[in-house]
Design a protein around this ligand. Structure first.
Ligand code: NAD
Ligand code: ZN
Length: 346
């Protein structure tokens, strides 16, 4: 089969590799029908995730068709059209039993450092298939379903739910990449009174308004002006960090009201400063986390009912064989305007 492999920092190769197979009774073998490229794939390509070794297949988001199942798989059958989730734990360890599949002690899924071969291939082996695969209804097109693999549950669980967005609350989302925009879409489900997005890129601000933000501003000065105007200087109920750099984390902690929540979603590659000299008196809750995908069945149902709508999210489409071109476009997102790049089997 053909697959996109990591070949050391800065090098990716689309090449022939041995076919993926069922290796354990809990595995399923899935033919990849549609797949996307995620910002985390770019982190791995840069060499930021040293656990990933040369030759590993990239990718952790896909829609496909079940070709074969292990002897103990009962949740899906051959021929089913499925979502391949970025996380799917063993279901038995102490973390999975608490719905923390992202922390699975048996290493379920791809999110914890891509230690197993990924989805950017013609075939993918899915471990713990009963938890990592979700049957898709016909009503959800591949292009929308792809966003349920990682982006939507990440934004909803780690941003919106950890951030305690509630009816009538005021919400700031810093960063309007795929994750920040998915936070806009899923925050709306909880009927906050105002969603303000901060992003220096005008195309991202436009997208934020398209997906339901009430206001999108370029930087700290404008969002502080909004804090004065909308919250009478008190601060916002929920502030979601969806960038992953020290400056934006510090901005988030400066925007939250006493008793409010800062939900960090961004992956940080360097230390950040926690201003406890300001925060200690404010009763602030700060949350962090990796997506667990416990919300995927709920989001799938809401998408099927048209209440989670991601039309317009995929900006560029390619054939699976054009994987290198897809990466070229995604890597130059600031020039190409790429939000999400999707690749489809012919
Ligand atoms: P992205 O890089 O595509 O988007 C980041 C956005 O932040 C861009 O639109 C950019 O213009 C904006 N930005 C840059 N500097 C900014 C600033 N100073 N102020 C405001 N906005 C700024 O990233 P993404 O794919 O949307 O992911 C966002 C973060 O979430 C990343 O750090 C990613 O690694 C992380 N992530 C976390 C999890 C998890 O489980 N916790 C899962 C997936 C992704
Ligand atoms: Zn587990």
């Amino acid at each position: 089969m053909k697959a996109m492999t990591y070949d050391g920092p800065g090098r990716r190769i689309w090449k022939d590799v041995p076919d993926a197979t069922v290796e354990s009774p809990e595995d399923a073998l899935v033919r990849v029908d549609a797949v996307t490229i995620c910002g985390s794939d770019l982190h791995i390509l840069k060499g930021d995730v040293p656990e990933v070794t040369r030759g590993t297949i990239l990718g952790h988001e896909a829609v496909g068709t079940v070709m074969e199942i292990g002897t103990s798989v009962s949740g899906v059958k051959v021929g089913d059209r499925v979502l391949v989730s970025c996380v799917g734990g063993c279901g038995r360890c102490r973390f999975c039993r608490a719905n923390q599949d992202g922390q699975c002690l048996r290493g379920g899924g791809w999110a914890l450092g891509h230690l197993i071969n990924g989805t950017q291939a013609e075939l993918v082996r899915v471990p713990f298939a009963d938890r990592g695969l979700h049957k898709l209804p016909e009503t959800i097109p591949d292009e929308q379903a792809l966003l349920l693999a990682d982006i939507l549950p990440t934004a909803y669980e780690v941003g919106v739910l950890n951030g305690r967005v509630a009816p009538g609350s005021s919400v700031v989302i810093v960063g309007a990449g795929p994750v920040g925009l998915a936070a806009v879409i899923t925050a709306r489900l909880l009927t906050p009174s105002r969603i303000v997005v901060v992003d220096p890129a005008s195309s991202r601000r436009e997208a934020a308004v398209h997906f339901g933000a009430d206001l999108a501003v370029p930087g700290p000065d404008e969002v502080r002006a909004e804090l004065e105007a909308y919250t009478e200087g008190l601060g916002f109920d929920t502030v979601i960090e969806a960038v992953g750099i020290p400056a934006t984390f510090e901005l988030c902690t400066s925007l939250v009201r006493p008793g409010g929540t800062v939900a960090n979603v961004g992956v940080h590659g360097s230390p950040v400063t926690l201003h406890l000299e300001d925060l200690w008196i404010k009763d602030v809750t700060i949350t962090t986390g990796l997506v667990d995908t416990y919300s995927t069945p709920t989001l799938l149902r809401l998408m099927g009912e048209g209440r989670v709508n991601t039309e317009g999210f995929v900006t560029h489409r390619f054939g699976l064989e054009e994987m290198q071109d897809g990466y070229d476009v995604f890597e130059r997102a600031s020039d190409t305007g790429a939000l999400k790049v999707a690749l489809f089997r012919d």
